[in-house]
Write a protein that binds this ligand. Structure first.
Ligand SMILES: O=C(O)CCC(=O)C(=O)O
Length: 255
């Protein structure tokens, strides 16, 4: 690790995101890739709508999978990996730390599609926003392969209005784009084994992936017991989701 957890935490609170380099070794990554391949091959076909999404292409490449921890001991254990928990604990030192879910974003070469600009808190509705997604780079992410792109400092704006996006797996998007001069976009360029944490109110998006290089990543959600659900916001999101299901009955989405 190139930075100590306290410095990573300072950066996270200042910018709404922070990158930590070289967290996982080559051997760790080989193991993760093997488990991902096994998961997609053996468990993928048994998953229901809302747990797995495919790109809208004739060959149906996998787009994303949610809750890998429910079906894999390996991914369940990854949530409590001491290296990750030490960093997240430095970011959120109060309350108990909860590890929520492990997701997979495939962003495959040539077919990976756009992620509309959103805050994760549009889905989570948490106050205070002590909630983050920790992204593990399986592949290198670079400007050509649709990297995760965050708006620096945008977490300080709080939770902003969203509307249904119609995009599978990312059903909410910001209604009004936020000034990219005041809150500059940063492409999260990582090497395999690096990690990035973004806060639940940090605006982020990604372009499609027309390149020859996949941008696979694992996402783990962490929050503290202090973060409570805003029931009014949650009800509105559920109502939007219901409408989306009615409009696209075969495109059920969990997010
Ligand atoms: O990497 C992406 O395109 C989106 C990931 C995302 O929205 C997230 O991790 O919260």
């Amino acid at each position: 690790m190139t930075m100590d957890p306290a410095s990573i935490a300072r950066q996270f609170h200042e910018d709404g995101f922070a990158i930590a380099r070289d967290i996982f070794s080559k051997e760790d990554l080989v193991r993760m890739e093997q488990e991902l391949d096994r998961f997609v091959r053996d468990i993928g076909p048994t998953l229901t709508d809302g747990e797995i999404y495919y790109e809208d292409q004739p060959s149906k490449p996998v787009k994303s999978i949610y809750h890998l921890n429910k079906h894999s001991e390996f991914f369940k254990n990854l949530m409590t990996d001491a290296r990750l928990n030490r960093i997240v604990r430095a970011i959120f030192p109060e309350g108990d730390l909860l590890q929520f879910a492990v997701s997979y974003f495939a962003k495959q070469a040539g077919s990976g599609s756009v992620t509309p600009a959103h805050q994760d808190n549009a889905f989570q509705n948490l106050i205070p926003p002590e909630d983050l997604v920790l992204t593990i780079a399986i592949d290198e992410s670079m400007p050509e392969n649709g990297p995760l792109t965050v708006q620096k400092g945008s977490h300080k704006l709080g939770r902003l209005p969203h509307r249904p996006s119609g995009v599978k797996g990312f059903s909410q998007m910001l209604i009004t784009p936020v000034d990219t001069v005041k809150y500059p976009e940063v492409q999260i360029c990582m090497k395999p084994g690096d990690i990035c944490m973004h806060q639940t109110n940090t605006i982020h998006r990604s372009d499609g992936n027309p390149s020859k290089h996949s941008r696979r990543q694992i996402g783990i959600s962490y929050r503290t017991t202090r973060a409570k659900r805003d029931e009014e916001g949650w009800k509105k999101y559920q109502a939007d989701l219901k409408k989306l299901h009615e409009q696209h009955p075969t495109e059920t989405t969990a997010r």
